[in-house]
Write a protein that binds this ligand. Structure first.
Ligand code: ADP
Length: 326
């Protein structure tokens, strides 16, 4: 049995589709477990300034399919300081909140881990980011939706690319990780995929363009992950356009549209399951753990492991992409 009577839930860091479904699940599972649930607005900032109110079951009605986060999200420099966290703790005491569920990325989990340790507050993390770069979970909430958004966008770009015999450098999000670029590249049959985890990509791209030139391939999609080590899509495209004059090169940076939209069925499911699991974990007296998803089931991953660990890309998938492009 646990002593938890009031759970605070917040979204922090970058938003991702499915965060609302996770909020809904935390609220409903919290109520089902006999607790009150309080929604905290604007991430950690909302704890510090007391921007919070009780969420009843009806308050989370009709949000499972909505992108973004009804609680809003923010980055909060003040929470990085011990004075800021002290203020946050005072607000939790004032509002009688005795546990937190934090939906966000590993930065948010770092903050939650420090806070939990300093003030003995149980904190559970739910991984929400389109980047899929969190160690200890096969999927993060929002990745599947973003992947489908990217695939749809590339399909459209391919139509116009092939009509005009153009080459498009398409930049996708992912921070320092190439999951979104690699999987969308395979799913759309992109001609080349440049990701942060791989070396020697410029040489490989050059070789491909030389070879492609000989084969006179009409249209091409070159996927560029934003955090790759040879530059953004604009820069690389410019270098290649200067060198390979025969190509009709264009650039498309997909940007923030990748973060929006109605969550996919998978992200709604994942958010619902991890949201309920976060409350189960609190009721089991867990603290400072992320609820993750591995091999079709929930796992608990301590914050210190998930923060220190690196989620590696499966390099085999680069081979797969190469084979399928021959
Ligand atoms: P994400 O959770 O998406 O990785 P950030 O890295 O921006 O996003 O982190 C979100 C917020 O978590 C930060 O704005 C800050 O309030 C909090 N946070 C991150 N790192 C720390 C830290 N070392 N100490 C305290 N709080 C932190």
């Amino acid at each position: 049995m646990s002593n938890i009577r009031k759970i605070g839930v917040l979204t922090s860091g970058g938003d991702s589709p499915g965060m609302n479904a996770a909020i809904r699940a935390v609220v409903r599972a919290g109520i089902a477990s006999g607790s009150e649930v309080v929604g905290i607005r604007h991430g950690y900032k909302g704890i510090i300034y007391g921007w919070m109110k009780q969420l009843k079951s009806k308050d989370v009605r009709n949000i499972i399919h909505r992108g973004g986060t009804i609680l809003k999200t923010a980055r909060c420099e003040e929470f990085r300081t011990s004075e800021g966290r002290e203020k946050a703790y005072e607000q939790l005491v004032l509002n009688q909140i005795d546990a937190l569920v934090v939906i966000g990325g590993d930065g948010s989990f770092t903050g939650a881990g420090i806070f939990s340790k300093e003030f003995d507050i149980p904190c559970i993390g739910i991984p929400g980011t389109i980047d899929n770069d969190i160690y200890g979970t096969d999927f993060t909430i929002g990745f599947d939706t973003a992947l489908n958004t990217v695939v749809e966008a590339i399909d459209r770009i391919k139509d116009t690319a092939s009509s005009h015999d153009r080459m498009f450098f398409v930049e996708v999000m992912g921070r320092g990780a190439g999951f979104l670029a690699l999987q969308s590249g395979i799913a759309t049959g992109a001609e080349a995929i440049l990701i942060p985890e791989e070396q020697g990509q410029e040489e490989k791209l050059r070789a491909y363009l030389e070879e492609g030139n000989k084969r006179k391939k009409a249209s091409n999609i070159i996927l560029v992950a934003e955090g790759n080590n040879i530059g953004g899509a604009q820069e690389i495209a410019k270098r290649m356009a200067d060198e390979f004059k025969d190509y009709n090169i264009r650039v498309n940076v997909l940007g923030h549209m990748q973060r929006g939209g109605s969550p996919s069925a998978f992200d709604r499911f994942l958010a619902s399951r991890l949201g309920t699991a976060s409350v189960e974990a609190l009721m089991d007296n867990q603290r400072s753990v992320m609820v993750g998803w591995q091999n079709h089931d929930v796992v608990l991953m301590p914050f210190n492991k998930t923060i220190k660990g690196t989620r590696n890309i499966n390099k085999k998938l680069l081979e797969v992409a190469d084979i399928l492009n021959t």
